[in-house]
Design a protein around this ligand. Structure first.
Ligand code: PEP
Ligand code: MG
Length: 583
């Protein structure tokens, strides 16, 4: 057994597990190589340019992690990555591949492969150890470009032996969604923030996970025994017997708490002074229905429909979407299900939707959420038809993501009416009344215009994850700024307060479905601001319910008044901790 090594990171999904490391190789499989027509040359050249730019961004991100290591190994890694960056900036590899696309009329992958082969041939003839090392670098850079060119570039993660702990440089939300919690018992990555969708999916699957652990990839190999402590944010490789004993005790304690909380299942979410709250579940994958049943959620407050579009080469058909929605609606036994239209963009990619569009689709300020749906109205129409059909099986509400203007809601409503008319023409049964159409408030501009948006919406739902990200200009999926992601920043709280007030004035329902809603330490401030409907990862429902049952709603409101007078989030946290009995 090797020496014990520890890596600190962000504990994003609680629980402690031990298993065997499966280090996700960045090796390449199935590279498609084919001839192209003259008219496709430009497209292939653009694909190559995008893949190279993405590789530059990836290497720069790794480089800044290397800098943080602040030791010799870090310096060495930094220099190596610097050499990679030079290579990506118009070196022979990149220029050569670019030329080959037009000259030989071949796809970008084939051009990169051929260029690597030719450079290798020339280098090998030199028989020099320094040159051999450079050749490895060229292959590494070439592989990175090839990976970025592929739509499904990496070996699927869905088939791993039982007891695996997945270790990777980075996992996308789609990668994480592929993991099977019956075989994968933990995840550790070098990159990633606590509020990104990769973290959200880890919590959804209940897989203990630590993201953003610096220097992780250098200290671990496939087959090493590993412990993931997703509660404390710790990864231990080759744990010694003392560590095993200590973590075993902690695991037993955590399990005891979970069991104790499970007893709350049949208890209502009512505060000590009699205020009733509605605790609903967020759902990404059908597998979560089991957990939703276990905690007796009073409905689904957010179904992230984009997960139906991931890990597949084509967009799901109306029937496929309807099938999944119906299963969830029926599973909720008469409780409402709030289905959100597609929210692709920022850290959520779905190749089938984005197709041939360029990189701007995937940026946080680009064609995200409703913007993309309105650009491709046939997508929205299909989703609406599936939702309308699912509404025959139980109450359904429809939610629009990333809204910034009243006009977006009006246009979406028109498309909803059109979708209903299409179904009627097809003689497909739909409920006599259209489902309520709600707006997510997750952009600061939308929050400040919540009074106007409330006039055209049937309900509002606060997305505090994006609201925090966009208000504070902090990427929720980036480990470097994880410490700055603060939903208790007065700016975020004021936007939540204004939005809640606007919905109340307009007499429409208002809920909150960001990660804040599932943090029992924040229940007081949200309740104090007047919120009564919380939607969260189902595993958090018992803890929030417990907090509500021991809380006094009037006292919470008084504490919220005091908090809203503060200008400093440190002081706000202190006032909250004090109220929660933690100070
Ligand atoms: C949010 O932004 O708070 C939200 C609930 O939506 P998502 O996390 O899917 O972006
Ligand atoms: Mg959001």
């Amino acid at each position: 057994m090797g020496i014990e090594k520890r890596f600190k990171g962000l504990g994003v999904s609680p629980g402690i597990s031990s298993g065997i490391a499966h280090v996700r190789e960045t090796g390449v499989v199935d590279i498609p190589e084919y001839e192209i027509r003259k008219k496709d040359i430009k497209t292939e050249e653009n694909r190559l340019t995008r893949a190279v730019r993405l590789a530059q961004r990836q290497v720069r991100r790794l480089q800044s992690r290397a800098k943080e290591m602040a030791n010799e190994a870090g310096d060495e890694l930094w220099a190596l990555l610097d050499a990679y960056l030079l290579m990506l900036d118009g070196s022979r590899l990149v220029r050569g591949a670019e030329k080959r696309i037009g000259a030989q009329k071949i796809n970008a992958e084939a051009a990169v492969q051929l260029e690597i082969a030719e450079i290798s041939g020339a280098f090998q003839a030199m028989d020099d150890s320094y040159i051999a090392a450079r050749l490895d670098d060229i292959r590494e850079v070439g592989n990175r470009i090839l990976l970025n060119l592929g739509k499904h570039p990496l070996r699927p993660l869905s088939v791993l032996p039982k007891g695996s702990i997945v270790i990777a440089e980075n996992l996308s939300p789609a990668d994480m969604a592929q993991l099977d919690p019956s075989t994968v018992c933990g995840v550790g990555t070098l990159l990633g923030g606590a509020e990104g969708h990769t973290a959200i999916v880890a919590r959804a699957l209940g897989i203990p996970s630590v993201l953003g652990a610096a220097a992780l990839m250098d200290g671990i190999r496939t087959g090493d025994p590993v412990i993931i402590d997703g509660s404390a944010g710790l990864i231990v490789v080759n744990p010694n017997s003392d560590t095993l004993k200590r973590l075993g005790r902690r695991r037993a304690e955590l399990e005891k708490t979970t069991k104790r909380l499970a007893r709350l299942k049949t208890q209502p979410a009512i505060s000590r002074d009699g205020t009733t709250f509605k605790l609903q579940a967020n759902i990404e994958l059908p597998i979560e229905m089991k957990m939703i049943g276990q905690v007796a959620a009073e409905g689904v407050g957010l179904m992230r429909s984009e997960f139906m579009f991931m890990n597949r080469p084509t967009v799901p058909t109306e029937d496929e979407q309807f099938g999944i929605m119906r299963q969830i609606v029926e599973g909720m036994n008469g409780h409402p299900v709030t289905i959100r239209t597609l929210d692709v963009g920022a850290d959520k990619a779905a190749d089938a939707v984005v197709g041939e569009m360029d990189d701007s689709v995937t940026t946080a300020l680009g064609l995200r959420g409703i913007r993309l749906s309105l650009l491709k109205p046939e997508l929205l129409e299909t989703q609406f038809r599936a939702m309308l059909r699912a509404a025959n099986y139980g109450p359904v509400r429809i939610l629009l993501p990333m809204v910034t203007t009243v006009n977006e809601v009006l246009r979406a409503r028109k498309i909803l009416v059109k979708a209903a008319a299409q179904l009627k023409r097809r003689r497909v049964k739909i409920p006599p009344q259209l489902p309520a159409l709600g707006t997510m408030i997750e952009v600061p501009g939308a929050a400040l215009a919540a009074d106007a948006l409330a006039q055209v919406s049937d309900f509002l739902a606060i997305g505090s994850n994006d609201l925090t990200m966009y208000t504070l200009a902090v990427d929720r999926a980036n480990e470097h700024v994880a410490g700055l992601f603060d939903p208790l920043h007065p700016a975020v709280l004021r936007l939540i307060q204004f939005t809640t007030g606007a919905a109340m004035k307009a007499r429409i329902p208002i809920s909150i479905c960001g990660e804040m809603a599932g943090d029992p330490n924040l229940t007081v401030i949200l309740a104090g601001l007047g919120l009564r409907e919380f939607s969260m990862s189902p595993s958090n429902i018992p803890r929030v319910k417990q907090r509500i049952r021991e809380m006094d709603a009037v006292a919470a409101s008084n504490r919220a008044n005091l908090i809203m007078d503060q200008v400093d989030s440190g002081r706000i946290r202190m006032l909250l901790d004090d109220f929660n009995g933690l100070a």
